[in-house]
Design a protein around this ligand. Structure first.
Ligand code: ADE
Ligand code: ZN
Length: 328
């Protein structure tokens, strides 16, 4: 059985990381940019370790240079997401790649993205919301500019602020100014922590950035005390099993700690992170979780209800999500 048609809520998706390789190749051809070095013989993105993944990811953005490019990208992503049953997604948007942190330019990119999202919602019924995201290895000064972009565009479409990138660069607390600015503008907060870094990274994220969700957070499974704290406080983990296995954090899905975390009472959700980079789809994630851990339709329903509850959207949107989940 495949879980393709089960209605799904995805909370952790990077907009550039969701770009299909054929889409990036097409743009490269149109703009006469040579990106052949980032693809393998089959036309897939090619990288070895995590840092190479980040540099291939950033190289692919070389051809995403205008609001119109992001309009087209958004349509391509949402078509894929809808085909895998997504009814609501939150996507990480990086002003670093959309005008370099200039608020005026960012507004133009955002306008193009939301326009495309409206078209996709009418066509496929999928709802999209944005989480503005700074990039850790670009440093705290750049993050302040990104925090300002987020604060200036906070509303019912830009609903959150977050951080991705290399977890070994600096400390979570170095970015507190950007996160404080976003929080004061009413944005909800998440950060990547405990993907590559250990349990202390998660503790630092909660203590220094006061986030309510954690991107990945899977290394919490090494620390019973931390798992108990996450369970007690209701912090939600945006778990991306296929990404973790593809990047080599866990050898295969059978040894992935998502089931252990769930059994410990931690609120877990499932997402794809950067699907074409990891040969992932949400359908495949569900199929593999079902096979590895025996999860059935009831488990996935509970998972999606957790995600809907943890979504950063407004109450009306949340009610619409729950209605769609109920009607499955
Ligand atoms: N940016 C895109 N994908 C990421 C990941 N898996 N970890 C950190 N930063 C990212
Ligand atoms: Zn991520």
């Amino acid at each position: 059985m495949s879980f393709r048609d089960v209605p799904k809520v995805e909370l952790h998706l990077h907009h550039e990381g969701a770009a299909p390789p054929e889409f990036i190749r097409q743009l490269a051809q149109e703009k006469s940019v040579d990106l052949s070095g980032i693809f393998d013989a089959q036309g897939n993105y090619s990288f070895g370790d995590f840092l190479e993944f980040l540099s291939v990811y950033e190289a692919a953005t070389e051809v995403l240079k205008t609001p119109e490019d992001f309009h087209r990208l958004t349509l391509a992503i949402l078509e894929q997401s809808a085909a895998n049953g997504m009814i609501y997604s939150e996507t990480f948007l990086s002003p670093d790649f959309c005008g370099g942190g200039d608020v005026g330019a960012w507004r133009e990119y955002l306008h193009a993205i939301t326009e495309a999202a409206d078209i996709a919602e009418k066509k496929h019924g999928i709802m999209l919301r944005g989480i503005v995201t700074c990039i850790r290895h670009f440093g705290p000064d750049k993050a302040r500019l990104i925090g300002k972009c987020a604060a200036e565009t906070a509303g019912d479409w830009i609903v959150g602020f977050g951080m991705g990138g290399d977890e070994s660069a600096g400390a979570q607390g170095d970015f507190s100014y950007a996160f404080d600015m976003a929080r004061e503008a009413g944005l909800r907060l998440t950060t990547h922590a405990g993907e590559w870094g250990g349990p202390d990274e998660i503790r630092a994220a909660l203590r220094d950035l006061k986030v309510e969700r954690i991107g990945h957070g899977v290394r919490a499974a090494e620390d019973a005390e931390l798992m108990a704290e996450l369970a007690a406080t209701g912090v939600v983990l945006e778990v991306c099993p296929g990404s973790n296995v593809s990047l080599g954090i866990f050898e295969n899905i059978a040894v992935h700690p998502i089931a252990k975390l769930r059994d410990a009472g931690v609120k877990v959700t499932v997402s794809t992170d950067d699907p074409p980079f990891f040969h992932a789809t949400m359908t495949k994630e569900y199929d593999e979780l079902a096979q590895a851990f025996g999860w059935d339709a009831g488990d996935f329903r509970a998972l999606n209800e957790t995600a809907a509850q943890a979504a950063f959207c407004d109450a009306d949107t949340r009610a619409r999500i729950f209605k769609r989940l109920e009607n499955q």
